[in-house]
Design a protein around this ligand. Structure first.
Ligand code: S3P
Length: 178
């Protein structure tokens, strides 16, 4: 059993994922990081050189590979669950947790990241964030087994909340690797 964290850029998928993996004694895997490792290129460069479609193909391949493994907390990229096949593959092995935050928090948390997040490296970043959130929100909700608000609280508090909620729901059948 895995726990896959997804949601928009800046909601804390990586930091909450690391904290959660630590609490539960699971491996932590960051899909974006794996993409960078495997291609030897930063995501912004993949987008620039090969375009978004090629990035999505690589993302899909790596999602399939990771979804086939067990005992992990997976931090997805912001667009991973927009692809239905990725959702089907993740769902087979993972609880899907939608991390969300209010739009002002997202705008603030991503304000220095234009260089590393190509989709919001545009003239009107704030408008683009609002547009993308509008376009994606329902898709995120559809994919979610659980929705967790991250605007308040630090990553460890949010990780603890996720752990407690999964326990309450009886969804804690993951095995510690320790
Ligand atoms: C994307 C989010 C990024 C990264 C890529 C595309 C998206 O991940 O996968 O830039 O479509 O929202 P983070 O959410 O980890 O920044």
């Amino acid at each position: 059993m895995n726990i896959a964290l997804f949601g928009f850029m800046g909601v804390g998928k990586t930091v909450v994922g690391q904290a959660l993996a630590h609490r539960l004694g699971l491996n932590f895997v960051d899909l974006d990081e794996l993409i960078v490792e495997r291609t030897g290129k930063p995501i912004s460069e993949i987008f620039k050189e090969k375009g978004e479609a090629e990035f999505r193909r690589i993302e899909k391949r790596i999602t399939e590979e990771i979804a086939a493994k067990d005992n992990q907390v997976i931090a997805c990229g912001g667009g991973t669950v927009l692809d239905d096949e990725n959702v089907v593959r993740l769902r087979k092995s993972s609880k899907l947790i939608f991390l969300t935050a209010d739009v002002e928090t997202i705008i603030d948390r991503t304000k220095d990241d234009e260089g590393v997040r190509p989709l919001i490296n545009v003239e009107d970043r704030v408008k683009e964030i609002r547009n993308l959130l509008d376009q994606r929100y329902n898709k995120y909700l559809e994919a979610a087994d659980l929705v967790v608000e991250t605007s308040y609280g630090n990553p460890d508090e949010i990780a603890m909340e996720i752990e407690e909620t999964l326990e309450k729901l009886g969804n804690n059948d993951y095995k510690s690797i320790n």
